[in-house]
Design a protein around this ligand. Structure first.
Ligand SMILES: *Cc1c(COP(=O)(O)O)cnc(C)c1O
Length: 436
């Protein structure tokens, strides 16, 4: 940490010890535990610096060169950088970088491209679609009419015959690709053909795999002629919490007006600076090495879990994540599995499986992913250790003594892999030295 950051933290510690102590606790938690939630990552120290900067003081409603407030010489430069880097990285014609997170990014896209009551063809939520893809509990699900396509749980493939039938019958205005719990890649070209056949726009929400697409290690929907692509910036892309709406140039005005003034007010310029930094990082050769390792680690983790008797939905993974059917493999629902792994400092989330017979808060599985552990420098041998810890813990659910021993093992192992942006405590350094 530099002197200013040190001063900021010292001032916080002195002024509000309750918040400071919770923040320190969260640092220790992130350092000691294994983070396997596939939508989480550890961002760069440079991003943390931008997020905690004076850019948070500035109002910049509007877009570069067309703002409602004065004093924009630096904010304009920053937003230009973020937009041009996004276009270069994702090979698109226009980028809006102001969406405050993933949900508003998708809301802005729907509200800009559609009229209330229009039909959207999207992935079934239990087969991998996201809440923001028209879940009945979401406002978007009430404003627009979402119809669904599904996957074949045996291999994860999409039944395009059935998808075409639904598309012809329901005449969607928008065909939406994208997932939050689907361990395979998409054939975007086939989705584009279906959209063309019914005169619909094609949109992909690549939030989970944004970093893997940016690195060129997974398919890019723009290569298949998609109209709009959205992505969060804080998952595999490893940046701040925000969203990008990327599109063809003929939709640029529609999208920009939909984000501001349609949906949001002042953009968060500290976040936009952090996005610019993230996109510069993602264009470097090291990031491609990272993205390849995320995929290699997911393959290795899936292989080891399968070898130890775990059942994975679709039988494996083509991306950074997997869905483990804990009910079928260990006789545990996802909630108990999540709590059991929490007890050994391995963080996952409970997850519904396709057409899950169980309720969402006690679903049949858990979801695991490798972006965060890869950021800490773990590779295939470490995935073997993790698979062993996961299956041993799940097989020992309810055995407090066994779980406690496993937790100590997991935490000692984790401390060998530093977390970017967290200054190691004196006790951690001493313990690592003692362990040689
Ligand atoms: C995470 C995610 C979002 C929502 O992002 P938030 O920042 O949590 O609002 C939207 N779509 C998909 C596919 C996601 O995975």
């Amino acid at each position: 940490m530099n002197a200013v950051e040190n001063d900021c933290r010292a001032a916080l510690a002195e002024y509000d010890p309750e918040v400071e102590s919770a923040l320190r606790g969260e640092e220790r938690r992130q350092e000691r535990g294994v983070e396997l939630i596939p939508s989480e990552n550890y961002t760069y120290p440079e991003v943390l610096a931008a997020l905690g900067s004076v850019l948070t003081n500035k109002y910049s409603e509007g877009y570069p060169g067309r703002r409602y407030y004065g004093g924009q010489m630096y904010t304009d430069a920053i937003e230009h950088l973020a937009r041009s880097r996004a276009c270069a990285l994702f090979r698109c014609e226009h980028a809006n970088v102001q969406a405050l997170s993933g949900s508003p990014m998708n809301q802005a896209a729907y509200l800009g491209l559609l009229e209330p009551g229009d039909t959207v063809l999207a992935m079934d939520l239990s087969h991998g679609g996201h809440l923001t893809h028209g879940a009945p509990v979401s406002h978007m699900g009430k404003i627009f009419r979402f119809v669904r396509y599904k996957t074949d749980p045996a291999d994860g493939s999409i039944d395009f015959g059935e998808l075409r039938r639904v598309a012809r019958e329901t005449q969607p205005r928008l065909v939406l690709c994208g997932y939050t719990s689907y361990p395979r890649d998409y054939d975007y070209a086939e989705f584009r053909r279906v959209a063309d056949e019914v005169g619909a726009l094609a949109m992909a929400d690549i939030s989970h795999v944004g970093g893997l697409v940016a690195a060129g290690t997974m398919r890019n929907p723009f290569d298949a002629g998609f109209d709009v692509v959205t992505t969060t910036t804080h998952k595999s892309l490893r940046g701040p919490r925000a969203g990008l709406v990327l599109c063809k140039k003929e939709l640029a005005d529609t999208i920009d007006r939909s984000v501001f003034p349609g949906l949001q007010g002042g953009p968060h310029m500290n976040t936009i600076a952090a996005i610019a930094i993230t996109l510069r990082k993602a264009a470097e050769p090291e990031f491609t090495v990272y993205a390849r390792q995320v995929l290699a680690n997911a393959t290795a983790l899936a292989r080891e879990l399968l070898a130890r008797g775990a059942r994975l939905v679709t039988g494996g993974t083509d991306n950074h994540m997997m869905v483990l059917d804990t009910a079928a493999s260990f006789g545990l629902d996802g909630k108990v599995a999540e709590e059991t792994l929490d007890a050994v400092s391995i963080t996952v989330n409970k997850q519904i499986v396709p057409d899950d017979p169980r309720p969402p808060l006690r679903p049949s599985g858990i979801r695991l992913g490798t972006p965060a552990v890869t950021t800490r420098g773990m590779r295939e041998p470490e995935m073997e250790r993790l698979a062993r810890a996961i299956t041993e813990a799940l097989a020992s659910a309810g055995n407090a003594t066994k779980l406690e021993r496993l937790r100590e093992e997991v935490e000692a192992f984790c401390l060998g892999y530093p977390v970017p942006g967290i200054a190691r405590s004196v006790t951690v350094e001493a313990r690592l030295r003692a362990e040689g």
